[in-house]
Design a protein around this ligand. Structure first.
Ligand code: ZN
Ligand code: ZN
Length: 272
């Protein structure tokens, strides 16, 4: 007899993350902006859909196999391919393909891009993350929760020029994705003991002032990951003008151990 908890643990152990795009805010030659394919519990969930990511996705699975899309915030390097995914889904549905539009979860603000996406109702069933149920583990922030086919997601607010979310997948100790954010105690809380911490590293040490209030330097990502006690740190969201290995070296100094660099097409297994 498999208990409910054992069943959940098995599901969490099977989390698979494939990097589709790791560049920001524009793609490297032949690359794509932020996008990750999450496969678990028989589901295919697209997290972020930056420029070029639909093409990368189609190298791995057909877009018709998607079960849902989650976008951390409405900067174009994180969602611009939704506009062509929309055409793909509408065409598929006209041809007798998927019966229902694809579930899409995005921040409800800014209102203008949110309303635009919500208007594509033949392609997407759009839900603002703010409308999801929430818990309040701390006095000054709320964690929104979502369940897609038995897979749990938790959303914590980021510190960025526009509202957005860091995203945890599975039970605590699973996968955590930073989204775009400056260092926050909220992210440190969400990332506690994560088996795999996919964290943005938008700048080198010398950029600390330039990215302040908006992003993490690689060194800051390493510090945050060490303090949160994560198992593996996987850096992403690379400026195309930088050598990611340099970012990795700076993150390793503060993390105190080996750091991995997101590579497009590479799959990472999330094991507790
Ligand atoms: Zn952003
Ligand atoms: Zn970004």
């Amino acid at each position: 007899m498999v208990t409910k908890q054992e069943h959940q643990e098995r599901k969490d152990k099977a989390l698979k993350l494939t990097v589709l795009g790791c560049w920001a805010p524009y793609p490297h030659a032949g690359g794509a902006c932020s996008s990750y394919l999450l496969q678990a519990a028989g589901l295919n969930i697209l997290i972020e859909a930056g420029s070029g990511s639909l093409s990368k996705l189609m190298n791995i699975i057909d877009f018709r196999c998607l079960d849902g899309v989650i976008i951390s915030h409405l900067h174009h390097d994180h969602y611009s391919d939704l506009f062509v995914l929309r055409y793909a889904i509408e065409g598929d549905r006209r041809g007798g393909g998927r019966k229902e539009p694809l579930p899409l979860f995005v921040p409800g603000v800014p209102r203008v891009p949110y309303e635009q996406l919500a208007g594509y109702s033949r392609a997407f069933i759009t839900t603002p993350i703010e409308s999801l149920p929430h818990q309040s583990p701390g006095r000054d922030f709320a964690i929104h929760t979502l369940n897609i086919g038995g897979l749990e997601f938790r959303f914590a607010p980021t510190k960025h020029p526009m509202p957005g979310y860091s995203i945890a997948v599975g039970q605590p100790g699973g996968l955590v994705f930073s989204g775009d954010t400056a260092p926050t105690k909220v992210l440190a809380y969400l990332a506690q003991k994560a088996a795999l911490f996919l964290c943005e590293a938008s700048g080198l040490d010398k950029d600390a002032e330039a990215v302040r209030e908006a992003h993490l330097t690689a060194g800051q990502a390493g510090t945050l990951a060490r303090e949160a006690g994560v198992g593996r740190l996987l850096l992403t969201h690379f400026w195309p003008g930088y050598d990611p290995h340099l970012l990795g070296q700076q993150a390793e100094k503060t993390f105190g151990g080996p750091v991995e660099l997101a590579r497009e097409g590479e799959t990472y297994l999330v094991r507790k």
